[in-house]
Design a binder for this molecule. Sequence first.
Ligand code: PLP
Ligand code: COI
Length: 341
Amino acid sequence: MENINWKELSFGYMKTDYNVRCYYRDGKWGELEVSSSEEIPIHMAATCLHYGQEGFEGLKAFRGKDGKVRVFRMDENAKRLASTAHGIMMAEFPIEKFREAVAKVIRLNQRFIPPYGTGASLYLRPLLIGTGAQVGVKPATEYLFVVFVTPVGPYFKGGFTTNPYVITRKYDRSAPLGTGIYKVGGNYAASMRAHSEACHGGEYACEFYLDAKEKHYIDEAGAANFFGIKNNTYITPKSTSILPSITNKSLMQLAEHLGMKTERRPIPIEELETFEEAGACGTAAVISPIQRIDDLDNNKSYVISKDGQPGPWCKKLYTALQQIQYGEAEDVFGWCDIIDL
Ligand code: PLP
Ligand code: COI
């Protein structure tokens, strides 16, 4: 694909050659099917359209230094999709089929896997939707799994550079015992107005939500988890309303591997003052180091990076993660699957 400017890619949709689909009918999943259509013909009474019975995932494939293509932690995404499916009563897509679909869609679209050294990667977006017709509020009896790919660059402006964030109190993205732990579209619909109002047309990279019950603890950003670093310790929120991020879980393991302590516990908002470094993390975001978090309701700005640069631990973690993903360092935790092209 000579005419793609890989280094300038943003996080957006680009048409690729094929997607892989699988239908659930009569109580069972069918065979994987390959499609070159970008469209899904759908019943107007499908539960995904009316009642938000849909979940999705996000994972990445990387072309490595050795030319091999690695997918990062696909089993974790497969398991989280199964958890989402269970959470909103959809048919669970089997882990092994998920692995097959991921390998197939990468193989079929290999000309879209960004070259090594460009900083770009191939983003995979699996979807699971209720396609069966219902008018009453109840689960569909038919489902569709689709996975498509698109080459992407950084999610937040500048990639690995610090950005300002803002706290929002006006809206919650999910309730304490709601769907925040699942990757369902409704959580993202709930974040759109909050994002638009809080981020003032791009002045802030993203909004941070507080826990919905007490509005006192940091939950997460609209599309990424939060972590803070101080006293050689990596600290990330424990909450019943945030997405269990696979990147965050991996960074915790890397942090320990690099000699840090880790804690998962509630983080009261005042504690922001004490962090030496902080970041937003996720598949799309990777690590987006935080410059400051503004609490506009209280006229307060928690400045994390005094010089506006990513801190040493953020750099180390980011490098260690990317080196595993691009095959530059040994995959000591067995996180990557190499795809036979
Ligand atoms: N939190 C939210 C709300 C997200 O949408 C994402 C993205 O998937 C994350 C956190 C990060 O999760 P992961 O690291 O598994 O991509
Ligand atoms: C991801 O990081 O994969 C996400 O899904 C975040 C966002 C694009 C919704």
